[in-house]
Design a protein around this ligand. Structure first.
Ligand code: EPZ
Length: 426
C-alpha cells in the first residue's frame, strides 16, 4: 500500500509544463478504433486511467505502442465487441467505448462503468441517445447486450443535461452513422472540442463543438491521423492551488489559459496575481489568501466541479468565510471529513458548504476518497503544520502524472512511501 508523506510549510514555485488532459485523451483513444489505419496521439499523459484505456483497446484487438507521451494505435485487427467487467469497472470512461464499438461492429457487450464514487453517475442519457441512433439493448441486468439491427442512423438528440460522457458517446457513434445527427444541449467542455478536432482530422464531419448544438454529418469511413492532446486544465489548476496556498510563484507552460477563465477569476478573488499569455500562465500568491464569496459548480464555461475540492482546500485557510454550491455531482464533498481531520471548519448542508477559513491546518493521517478530493488533501498538506500522511493514493494516480515528483521539483516536501499491512514503511 502506497501513501504520500508531506512535510508542510515549503513554498511551491518555479516553472512547470502541464501534462496532457486525461479527460481528452480517454475519448480520443476510444475514437482511434474507428479508423481503418493507425493513429498517433501525442501529449498523452502517463496515468493509470490511460493504462486502462490502452488495455481496453488491446482487448478489442487493436495494437498499441507507447513511447513516452506518444501512443500509436493500429485498429486494423479490431475483432471483439465485448469489454469484460474487470476492465469496465476500472474507470468511468470505459463507457465511451460503447459508441465506438457500435459504430465499428453494430453490437457491443459490456457492464456498468466504474470511476470515482462522486455521485450516482447513471448512464441513462448515454443509452437513451444511442437508442435514438438505432441501438437496442437489455439495460436492466448487470451486463448490457447491445445491437443495432439496422445499423446506426443520424437523428436529433436533445440532452436533458449537457453530459460530457454522453456527448462524447453520441459523437463516436454518429460520425459514421447513416445521415446527420444533431445534438442539442451538448456539453461544451474543451475536451469535447479536442475530440471533435481529432475526429475531423480522421475525416469526420463534426460542426459546432464548443456550442450547445453539435451537427455531425455521417461519413462512410475514417482514417488514422496524428493529434496532440490539449493541456490538462484541472492539473493546471491543481498546481496553481499548490503555489497559491504556500505563498509561491509559479509559471505554467503548455497551458491554455482560455480554458481556465472561471478558475483564474476565482484565484484573483482570493488575492492571487495572475499574468496570462497565449500558452503560459503565471500565478503569484498573496501573504494570506482571501475568502471566495461563492463558487457554484456548473457545466463549462462555468466553474468546473473538478476544481471545487481544490478551492475548498484553499478556502480552509483563507481569511473569511467562503461558500460552495456543488451542482454537478451529488456526492462530491467526500474530502470535507478528511479536511476536518486536519482542523478545517466546514459545514455542509446538501449541495452547499460553508468554509470558515482558519489561520492554520495541521498534518494528520487522511485518505484520498476520490481523485480531485485526494489532490485537495495534498494541497492542504503542503501548507499544514507538521506531517500529513495520505492513504488510498491510487485515486490520485488516476489523474496526475507522478504528482509527488512534480511537486518536489517545485520545492514541496512530499514523498511516496510503500507501507506493509501492519503500517510499517517497506
Ligand atoms: C466527465 O465525467 C469527467 N470525466 C469528470 O471528471 C467531470 O467531473 C465531469 O465530466 C463533469 O465535468 C471524464 O471526462 C472521464 P457527466 P462524466 O456525464 O462524463 C449526470 C475527474 O475528476 N448524468 O457530464 O461522467 C451525472 O450523474 C472526473 O477528472 C446522468 O444523470 O460527467 C452527473 O450528475 C470526475 N445521466 C452529471 O450528469 C447520464 O447518463 C454530469 O455528468 C450521464 C450523466
Amino acid at each position: 500500500m502506497e501513501k504520500f508523506i508531506i512535510h508542510g510549510g515549503a513554498r511551491v514555485g518555479g516553472v512547470l509544463n502541464v501534462h496532457g488532459a486525461k479527460n481528452s485523451a480517454l475519448p480520443i483513444l476510444a475514437a482511434t478504433m474507428l479508423a481503418d489505419t493507425p493513429a498517433v496521439i501525442h501529449n498523452c499523459p502517463d496515468l493509470t486511467d490511460i493504462d486502462y484505456a490502452i488495455k481496453i483497446l488491446e482487448h478489442l484487438g487493436c495494437a498499441v505502442k507507447r513511447e513516452g507521451s506518444d501512443v500509436t494505435i493500429d485498429p486494423r485487427d479490431f475483432n471483439c465487441c465485448e469489454i469484460p467487467e474487470e476492465l469496465m469497472r476500472c474507470m468511468r470512461s470505459s463507457i465511451v467505448f460503447l459508441g465506438g464499438i457500435l459504430a465499428k461492429a453494430n453490437k457491443a457487450t459490456l457492464s456498468a462503468p466504474g470511476g470515482c464514487k462522486i455521485g450516482l453517475r447513471p448512464i441513462d442519457l448515454h443509452l437513451a441517445a444511442l437508442k435514438k441512433l438505432g441501438m437496442e439493448c437489455n439495460d436492466c441486468g448487470e451486463v448490457l447486450e447491445c445491437i443495432c439491427p439496422n445499423g446506426l442512423h443520424g437523428t436529433r438528440i436533445n440532452l436533458s443535461f449537457p453530459s460530457v460522457g454522453a456527448t462524447e458517446n453520441i459523437m463516436l457513434a454518429a460520425v459514421t452513422a447513416c445521415g446527420d445527427t444533431v445534438i442539442e444541449n451538448a456539453a461544451r467542455e474543451p475536451e469535447i472540442c479536442d475530440l471533435a478536432d481529432f475526429l475531423n482530422s480522421m475525416g469526420a464531419k463534426v460542426y459546432g463543438a464548443g456550442d450547445k448544438r453539435i451537427v455531425i454529418e455521417g461519413v462512410k469511413a475514417l482514417h488514422g491521423a496524428e493529434h496532440t492532446v490539449i493541456p490538462d486544465r484541472i492539473a493546471a489548476s491543481t498546481y496553481m492551488a499548490a503555489a497559491a496556498i504556500t505563498g509561491g510563484e509559479l509559471t505554467l507552460k503548455n497551458v491554455f489559459p482560455m480554458h481556465l477563465t472561471s478558475v483564474i477569476s476565482a484565484f484573483e478573488e482570493m488575492g492571487c496575481k495572475l499574468s496570462v499569455k497565449t500558452e503560459e500562465l503565471c500565478i503569484k500568491a498573496p501573504e494570506r489568501l482571501r475568502r471566495l464569496k461563492a463558487i457554484h459548480t456548473m457545466p463549462y464555461p462555468g466553474f468546473p466541479t473538478d476544481s471545487q475540492a481544490l478551492f475548498m482546500a484553499m478556502a480552509s485557510v483563507a481569511d473569511g468565510t467562503s461558500m460552495f454550491v456543488e451542482n454537478i455531482f451529488e456526492n462530491r464533498y467526500r474530502h470535507v471529513e478528511q479536511l476536518r481531520r486536519m482542523g478545517a471548519d466546514i459545514k455542509v448542508d446538501g449541495k452547499m458548504a460553508l468554509v470558515n477559513g482558519v489561520p492554520k491546518l495541521f498534518g494528520a493521517a487522511v485518505d484520498a476518497e476520490d481523485l480531485r478530493g485526494g489532490a485537495a488533501l495534498i494541497i492542504v498538506g503542503l501548507s499544514a503544520e507538521g506531517i500529513t500522511e495520505i492513504g488510498e493514493i491510487e485515486h490520485i494516480d488516476r489523474g496526475y502524472e507522478a504528482i509527488e515528483k512534480t511537486l518536489s521539483i517545485l520545492g514541496a516536501k512530499i514523498k511516496r512511501r510503500e507501507f506493509n499491512e501492519s503500517g510499517a514503511v517497506r
